[in-house]
Design a protein around this ligand. Structure first.
Ligand code: NAD
Length: 429
């Protein structure tokens, strides 16, 4: 049945929360508190464009909950950014930090803009303007931004530099995702994608499936997707399909190669936004398929790692019977209607805020290192990351097995319980 309701990610995030609040019998006060953001900021950022004209860009920062520690969350640059997307992502960050058991709360930010059409100087001006608007309301002990879709370590460094100019000092703990050598952590680039695969490894272990006997299909070919494919390949897995957004045609395509995609080769024909050059891909023997084809491949593992709202009630029936695990690299890729079908089919789902918690966990490590002014080697970072992700996965999957819960529900129970307890212990409710 086709859906014509406009998709609202915040309503979806609240619906997921309400369901778990009912399940665990959460008290009324905690419900009222946790289903809304504590604070949100709306502002405009005026920029002088390269042609001399003035343009204004709308920016947001949402702080959903900080009972367990300062808010933490990325800043996205996206032409379709909305306040409800930012609210939903901030709420998911609260649950993500709680499920990963790191002492941080949930925040998120965004600017409505399209970096494809902005020069580097214009993007720098947006970063600096954004920070000037919000600099009194964020900080190392209040709210710590990070990169997200279409923002990078360079954007973070411009933001840090602006914050340090406003506050007259060095505050490397303000922001994470900084370049290595300028306060960044080794392993941050790999962290989200690798984290997805640490949880995938544990899920396969639980299902008694050897990674080398599996194939995967991936939506997206950006930061998360590329490093997930890298580590999955090191475990012996074969990625047979990836998809990406094509800026020229304003649509997405899937790229299939049954022997397995060659990561280095594909990276070589991919732009900095994760868009794969379709002509070069064809020349290299990739089959060019429609955008949604990634989810109807004969694979054991699906890895959505692009955007929210991708597996829906309209396309979930196209998943092949051989699909055993869905590891959600992206935030919010599956709608609640599709979730019901996935749960009924007995597919092992690793929910977004558990699967992709590697990024925020490594960001937490970055903050710890920035505050100590002592930086760890790659092995140390990845070793600690694996340990954190594995224990987060175990806490959720043990509860899921014990209480016969769907993995997403179990992850919510763990997270909401931890946040609600912190709010109660602080005397907020
Ligand atoms: P990115 O910008 O590096 O890559 C996004 C990829 O998705 C690109 O390859 C792009 O072409 C592709 N894409 C965009 N629209 C698409 C569509 N309609 N169909 C198919 N492909 C499409 O972004 P990223 O950092 O890899 O983040 C991806 C997702 O993971 C987002 O949901 C983000 O919120 C989430 N996430 C990222 C991190 C992180 O550390 N980077 C951490 C947690 C969660």
């Amino acid at each position: 049945m086709a859906t014509d309701k406009p998709f609202n990610p915040f309503r979806m995030a609240q619906a997921q929360f309400d369901k778990i609040a009912d399940l665990i019998g959460l008290d009324e006060g905690s419900r009222k508190l946790l289903r809304e953001p504590l604070r949100e900021y709306h502002f405009i950022v005026p920029i002088r464009m390269d042609d001399g004209s003035i343009e204004v860009f709308r920016g947001f920062r949402v702080q959903h909950n900080d009972a367990r520690g300062p808010c933490k969350g990325g800043i996205r640059f996206h032409p379709q950014e909305t306040i409800d997307t930012v609210r939903a992502l901030a709420m998911w960050m609260t649950w993500k930090c709680a499920v990963a058991d790191i002492p941080l709360g949930g925040g998120k930010g965004g600017v409505i803009c399209d970096p494809h059409n902005l020069s580097s100087r214009e993007q720098e001006a947006i970063c600096r303007g954004y920070i000037r608007r919000i600099s009194r309301d964020i900080g190392p002990v209040a709210d710590i931004p990070a990169p997200d879709v279409m923002t990078s370590s360079q954007h973070m460094l411009w933001m840090l530099d602006e914050y340090e100019a406003v506050h007259d000092g060095h505050f490397p703990g303000l922001i994470t995702g900084k370049p290595v050598g300028l306060g960044g952590s080794k392993g941050r680039t790999q962290a989200t994608g690798y984290g997805v695969v640490y949880t995938l490894r544990e899920a396969l272990r639980e299902l008694d499936i050897r990674p080398e006997n599996t194939r995967a299909s991936v939506q997206g070919f950006g930061n998360v997707a590329q490093y997930a494919i890298e580590l999955y390949a090191q475990m012996g897995g074969r990625t047979v399909c990836v998809s990406s957004w094509d800026q020229e045609d304003q649509t997405s395509y899937s790229f299939a190669k049954w022997d397995g995609v060659d990561l280095q080769e594909l990276r070589g024909i991919t732009d900095r936004f994760g868009g794969i050059d379709k002509q070069k891909a064809r020349d290299l023997g990739y089959e060019l398929l429609p955008g949604e084809a990634w989810l109807e491949q004969e694979v054991e593992i699906l890895l959505p790692a692009a955007l929210e709202n991708q597996i829906t009630e309209d396309n979930v029936t196209r998943l092949k019977p051989c699909v055993k695990v869905i590891a959600e690299g992206a935030n919010g890729p599956t709608t609640p209607e599709a979730d019901t079908v996935i749960s009924e089919r007995g597919i092992f789902l690793i929910p977004d805020f558990l699967a992709n918690a590697g990024g925020v966990t490594c960001s937490y490590f970055e903050q710890v290192q920035s505050n100590m002014n002592y930086y760890w080697e790659m092995d140390e970072v990845l070793g600690k990351l694996d340990m954190k992700m594995t224990s987060a996965f175990m806490a959720v999957s043990n509860l899921a097995r014990r209480n016969k819960l769907y993995m997403r529900d179990a992850a919510y129970v763990v997270a909401i319980d931890r946040v609600a307890t912190a709010c109660r212990d602080r005397g907020w409710v």
